[in-house]
Design a protein around this ligand. Structure first.
Ligand code: PMV
Length: 324
């Protein structure tokens, strides 16, 4: 039996960083997917073929999972498999193959998508009925094993799909309808190092807890207002909330010159608002504009060496592609 699953990447709309400290965020799944195929291999080893992650013919015995050398590219898969086997022990190992629609450099979250797609494939292979909440818990544990921190927003987008209002402590996931929303995505050309920026913000919070917590609270208020603006289909208001969120992200010191250049040019070209998306330090920015402004906004991004990205938002969450 061979099972293939897929899970989508994500794009943060509102609430980055604040979500790490218990505040809500809004995230959407994008139509760029990671595909994972699993089958049993009859031996007590994990065998992995992941050309998109730069890994071919990687093998590890079940007893050694998570130990010895764990290359970065394989860490999420290996830790997830280890956690899965603790819950559902198996004597025999598996062969895993991964393939991805997108380059991991845009910040669309290939590690969360691969973790979720792999977990779903394992559940299907062993015919386990696990709920989305259980899937989330399993994947979140593996992400924490690898990264030490993380709000889990990217896993929620990969599991539930669509556009969601995500609250980290209780993992409340509420779907939002973004029909009619015109969002432009510009890639800075720079791969962000999420872990470093994450630590920088943590350090700022240690040095200046009151100021940092206040900024996080203000981001949280904007995120709630953004969810209301989406419900009311008030796109100009949503643009203005993006500008306000960006100004708070600037105060957190996570924006960069290149992100600012893309944001400014989009607004000069008629966008109602724009902000960085994700941890900051590079990756992508997003802008809210009317569809009539599409050409001007996209041309303006190119003028400052930005790359307009074609992504469809609100993509379907994890799914089974094939069971043969
Ligand atoms: O850089 P990204 O797209 O992985 O987003 C990181 C978002 C943070 O809020 C900074 C971290 C998190 O886990 O929520």
């Amino acid at each position: 039996m061979s099972i293939t699953t897929s899970a989508p990447g994500k794009l943060m709309l509102f609430g980055e960083h604040a979500v790490v400290y218990g505040h809500p965020c809004i995230v959407t799944a994008v139509d760029q997917r990671v595909f994972v195929t699993v089958e049993r291999n009859g031996a007590d080893v994990l065998h992995l073929e992941a050309p998109d992650l730069g890994l071919m013919a990687y093998s590890k015995t079940i007893a050694d999972l998570g130990q010895k050398d764990v290359p970065k590219a394989v860490a999420f898969i290996e830790m997830l498999y280890k956690r899965f086997l603790e819950l559902y022990p198996q004597q025999r190992g598996i062969i895993v193959r991964t393939r991805s629609d997108f380059s991991s450099s845009f910040g669309f979250g290939s590690s969360s998508a691969v973790t979720v797609a792999f977990a779903k494939a394992l559940a299907e292979l062993y015919e386990l009925r696990i709920t989305n909440d259980e899937l989330f818990k399993l994947c979140y544990q593996a992400v924490i094993d690898v990264q030490g921190v993380g709000s889990g927003f990217d896993l929620a987008a990969a599991i539930w799909g669509g556009t969601i209002f995500y609250e980290p402590p209780a993992k409340v996931v509420e779907p939002l309808n973004i029909e009619g929303m015109a969002l432009f995505v510009g890639y800075t050309g720079i791969k962000a190092d999420t872990a470093t920026i994450f630590r920088m913000v943590g350090e700022m919070r240690r040095q200046n807890p009151d100021k940092t917590d206040l900024l996080m609270k203000e981001i949280s208020v904007l995120t709630k207002k953004a969810s209301e603006a989406i419900e009311k289909r008030n796109w100009t208001e949503l643009g203005s909330l993006m500008n306000q969120n960006q100004s708070l992200l600037r105060s957190l010191d996570v924006s960069t010159e290149q992100l600012e250049a893309l944001i400014k040019t989009a607004i000069d070209a008629g966008a109602w608002g724009a902000k960085l998306s994700g941890a900051g330090g590079g990756d992508c920015m997003i802008a809210m504009a009317s569809n009539q402004r599409k050409e001007e906004v996209e041309a303006s991004l190119r003028q400052v060496q930005g790359e307009p990205m074609k992504v469809v938002l609100g993509a379907e969450g994890v799914r089974i592609e094939e069971n043969i």
